[in-house]
Design a protein around this ligand. Structure first.
Ligand code: SAM
Ligand code: SF4
Length: 491
């Protein structure tokens, strides 16, 4: 019987992509994914450090594993247990003391060492640790996918040089480095040949992609202009709009339908990147999804300054307004932090005003959590947890109303969605005739659920296929769509 592995992932899409890579590496050792943690011989916690709560979750889930080490009758014997991700990187010196039964710790830059680490633990070594940062100036890799899917995350850069005052990421993921455009395009072409139809380009700040890479292919645009001034890649270096255009125009990527990216920073959001959102006939990037996640963090200039974001809220508004002019239906989302040190009621009100002005489709909002070693951790954490939670609730409720309104305005439109799988909630089926409810995402990133009636006689699994739906209903979180019974649906 093949050995089994179980990976528990916390945190952002970067961690999700890292876990997929770990799974592919373990798969190459002949291992299979376990359905439950009890069946696994190798267990990995991929932890997130971005907020204290997240670290706590990862470390306490480690505590729950101790019992598995001590179960005498366990099939496959005692499991090997490892901690990775940002928690492994940052807490490397304390994890073995806290959890002596832990077998190995690895970091964000040593995932590819996993087969060697497992071999060393199996050979009897205790407390194996791999957390060095790769010191080379270049970043070269190949995307590894464990399961065949129509969607893929593709790391295009790693690390972050922005050092926002609240953020731990520059300490857990190291300095910013980008792959070359040639390498990323060939990587995506290879994925497309295996059936991938949508890629999400990943990095902490993808729009500063290319910094330090010589633009030897003389690609356009040669220089970037942003509202703030000169940041990111310089003239003569590769840049993000060049990458989008190179993927879009490469004949090997012709079967690719959508390009998404996350995350980005307003400081590096150049005019040239905005132009990629123009209609294709006016020089835009045809396959760029009509969606943007542009974290803003606060609506108050004073707070933005203390956060070290280096831009004014007015600049952000002009970027958003320009984008809406290019694509009125663009799906917008952002990240926000409430309760940052010194945040007043007026500062918080400015964040609520920001929501009204930008009209996001969705937001990710967090209560400020001081992270040891960051500049903000030296400021007094003077907003009580009660006020942080109160502001968070007000903010989320405020956005819910906006999302509800925006989603209801989608009713009557037609949207092309990429089907992701069966919906967890099958309620739609109960209201109508029998069948299964499926779920997918539109280019704008709206979640759309739809029913395939049993009588339609469609027995195949539509996951990974595109279908155009008429939007017939909405809630604050998702849309409902309807298949056109006359046409052949899935492509
Ligand atoms: N690089 C991305 C960016 O700049 O938007 C994502 C960074 S982080 C993984 C995702 C989000 O977590 C941030 O945008 C921010 O809103 C939030 N975050 C980061 N540090 C935080 C902290 N100390 N307390 C609360 N939220 C935090
Ligand atoms: Fe953290 Fe700021 Fe870098 Fe995003 S841009 S990862 S918030 S330091």
């Amino acid at each position: 019987m093949n050995q089994k592995f179980f990976i528990k992932t916390f945190g952002c899409q970067m961690n999700v992509a890292d876990s997929e890579r770990m799974a592919a590496l373990l798969g190459a050792l002949g291992m299979e994914p376990a359905e439950t943690i009890d069946q696994a011989q190798v267990i990995i916690i991929n932890g997130c450090s971005v907020r204290e709560k997240a670290v706590h979750k990862a470390v306490s889930s480690l505590g729950e594993l101790q019992v598995l080490k001590r179960s005498p009758g366990r099939i496959g014997g005692a499991p090997i247990i490892g901690m990775g991700g940002c928690v492994g990187q940052l807490d490397k010196n304390t994890l073995f003391k806290r959890a002596p039964y832990l077998d190995f710790v690895f970091g964000t830059d040593t995932i590819d060492n996993l087969p060697e680490i497992i071999h060393r633990v199996r050979s009897g070594e205790r407390h194996v640790i791999y957390t060095d940062f790769d010191q080379s100036m270049d970043y070269s890799t190949e995307t590894k996918l464990y399961s065949a899917s129509a969607q893929a995350f593709v790391n295009i850069m790693k690390g972050c040089d922005k050092y926002c005052t609240y953020c731990i990421v520059p300490y857990t993921r190291g300095r910013e480095k980008s792959r070359t455009i040639d390498e990323v395009v060939s990587d995506i072409a290879r994925l497309v040949a295996t059936g991938v139809r949508e890629v999400t380009l990943l990095g902490q700040n993808v729009n500063s992609f290319g910094k330090g890479n010589p633009n030897s292919a003389q690609r356009e645009p040669r220089a970037l202009h942003n509202v703030i001034g000169k940041v990111g890649p310089k003239e003569g270096e590769e840049n993000f709009p060049q990458l989008l255009r190179a993927i879009d125009s490469d004949p090997r990527c012709a079967a690719l339908k959508r390009i998404r990216f996350t995350s980005s920073h307003p400081l590096d959001f150049s005019e040239e990147l905005l132009e990629c959102y123009a209609p294709a006939e006016q020089g835009g990037v045809a396959r760029l999804a009509s969606q943007l996640h542009l974290p803003v963090q606060s609506g108050s200039n004073l707070v933005l300054q203390k956060m070290g974001r280096h831009h004014k809220i007015e600049t952000y508004f002009s970027q958003m307004e320009r984008l809406r002019k290019l694509q009125s239906d663009v799906g917008l989302s952002t990240d926000l932090i409430v309760g940052f040190p010194t945040e007043t009621d007026e500062d918080f009100q400015a964040t609520l005003d920001l929501l009204d002005r930008v009209q996001y489709d969705s937001i990710f909002a967090f209560a400020y959590s001081p992270r040891p070693g960051t500049r903000a951790a030296k400021m007094p954490d003077d907003i009580s947890n009660a006020i942080k939670n109160e502001r968070l609730n007000i903010l989320l409720k405020h956005q819910l109303k906006i999302s509800e309104r925006r989603n209801s305005a989608c009713v009557g439109k037609r949207m092309e969605i990429l089907v992701e799988g069966e919906a967890k909630n099958q309620n739609m089926a109960a209201e109508q005739i029998s069948g299964r409810v499926w779920t997918g995402r539109a280019g704008s990133n709206h979640v759309v659920n739809f029913l395939i009636p049993a009588e339609a006689g469609l027995h195949e699994n539509p996951a990974g296929k595109f279908v155009t739906l008429e939007i017939t209903g909405s809630t604050s979180l998702s849309l409902q769509g309807k298949l056109n019974p006359e046409s052949s649906h899935f492509s």
